[in-house]
Design a protein around this ligand. Structure first.
Ligand code: EPZ
Length: 412
């Protein structure tokens, strides 16, 4: 990549990875097909489709960007290690497999670059619904003769934990109440999908979710939400380069505190039905303090992007990561580009510099790699980013979309 261009153009926002993955897992709950539209062409989506095929699902992608998944006859109840280690979100098949078939063997997802990422809350919740869950040979082995509804108090509002519990509870005997549930838009979207399949879920999107078990679920047809993290990433790119970025999308795009942070950085942001437009008018961004939190707080998945913005902003900023214990892997790489960032434990102090210098850097995780692309857009000279496969997990056609905005970016 070569930096220095002012971005100006339009981007179509793809379907959200973190909405698509749980909804694909939800297809396990019915013998009838679940048809999903606006499905993003991402590595993680293909990984989840491969996993569903291993379990016995028949997948036919009617057209690019859509898929119909049907699990009539299970072939296996096991999510193998060599697949789970490439995608932690495979854990999302645990709840639906247990809920519909009473058995699941899911490889323990390893940690990843951003932390240990335990799944104790998933396991404890399923146990309280009557499942026998053991750790055996690196696998989570769960059995049940029929889950029963329970009241579940989550110590932390875990996103995939809430999703797993919801999917385990829809066919359980009786009512389940989840307290301190995750409130992310993707959680509400999953509940809407399950209700379209015949489930009875209320309160999704709030801290208390109630699920009344039903006998069985039917098929449904759904559109995937637009990806609010992809969208936020392109808006930050517009702000960092002093340019103008217009987003186009279908469905509801919940940007939450990201819009406020962009406006605090000095961007003009307009939004309407199906569009959001950021115009920086050639200005350098102002430093913006950020503290991540579960929704509706500032999303942790946007922290690395705002760390990059603050690296070239006018002033000083504190960026605090409250959700994951070590989500600052991008800091060392940004410093190689000349950023002035001082690690202070759970937060970093960033002193904005006028110019970054291009250099070879290494991507470590999905959102860290996005922050390196953002920094490379404004760094003088050439930046080569290694291990961009991290990027392909969550950003569809990233070089096409950035090229379309005027960036000099190519895959080597
Ligand atoms: C989801 O991960 C997202 N992934 C992540 O996006 C996102 O960063 C995260 O939520 C937070 O918003 C998907 O939706 C597929 P958590 P998840 O369980 O569910 C601790 C991306 O870039 N915890 O809400 O794994 C955990 O360690 C990815 O797209 C436990 O201690 O996150 C973390 O500190 C990265 N025990 C905190 O809770 C548990 O049993 C929040 O994790 C579960 C979680």
């Amino acid at each position: 990549m070569s930096g220095g261009r002012t971005l100006d153009g339009e981007v179509v926002v793809s379907g959200a990875k973190n909405a698509a993955l749980p909804m694909l897992a939800a297809s396990i709950l019915s013998a009838e097909p679940l048809r999903l539209g606006n499905l993003p062409d991402l590595r993680d989506v293909h990984t989840m489709l491969s996993l569903l095929r291993i379990l016995g699902a028949v997948v036919d992608g009617a057209a690019p960007g859509s898929a119909s998944v049907r699990l009539a006859e299970p072939k296996s109840f096991s999510a193998p290690y060599d697949l789970v280690r490439t995608m932690r979100a495979s854990i999302l098949v645990l709840g639906p497999l247990l809920g519909r078939f009473g058995r699941a063997d899911v490889s323990l997802p390893g940690g990843c670059a951003i932390g240990a990422r335990p799944i104790d809350m998933h396991v404890n919740a399923l146990r309280s619904m009557g499942a026998e869950v053991e750790m055996r040979g690196g696998y989570i082995s769960a059995r049940s003769n029929g889950l029963r509804g329970a009241r579940i108090d989550l110590p932390l509002p875990t996103v995939t934990g809430t999703e797993n519990i919801m999917m385990a509870a829809v066919l359980a005997d009786g009512d389940t109440v989840i307290e301190n549930a995750a409130r992310e838009p993707e959680v509400r979207d999953l509940a809407d999908c399950l209700n379209a399949m015949g489930a009875r879920i209320s309160g999704a999107g709030e801290s208390r979710i109630r699920i009344s078990g039903v006998g069985q679920l039917r098929g449904a047809e759904r559109e995937i939400l637009p990806d609010r993290i992809e969208a936020g990433t392109y808006l930050v790119a517009g702000a960092m380069t002093g340019g103008r970025v217009a987003l186009r999308f279908r469905g509801e795009l919940a940007l939450g505190e990201v819009l406020a942070a962009l406006r605090n950085a000095g961007a003009d942001v307009r939004r309407g039905e199906g569009f959001v437009e950021l115009d920086m008018g050639g200005r350098r961004p102002r430093s913006v303090n950020v503290a991540t939190a579960p929704w509706p707080g500032f999303p942790t998945d946007m922290q690395a992007q705002f760390t990059a913005l603050n690296a070239i902003a006018s002033g000083h900023a504190l960026v605090r990561e409250n959700v994951f214990e070590q989500r600052f892997m991008h800091v060392a790489e940004l410093r190689r580009l000349g950023a002035d960032i001082e690690p202070l434990g759970r937060e970093v102090l960033i002193r904005g510099v006028r110019r970054l210098q291009g250099a070879p850097v290494m991507a470590t995780d999905l959102r860290a790699s996005a922050s390196l692309v953002l920094a490379a857009l404004v760094a003088e000279g050439e930046t080569v980013i290694h291990r961009v496969y991290h990027m392909d997990r969550g950003y569809e056609r990233i070089e096409d979309k950035f090229s379309g905005l005027g960036a000099e970016i190519r895959r080597v």
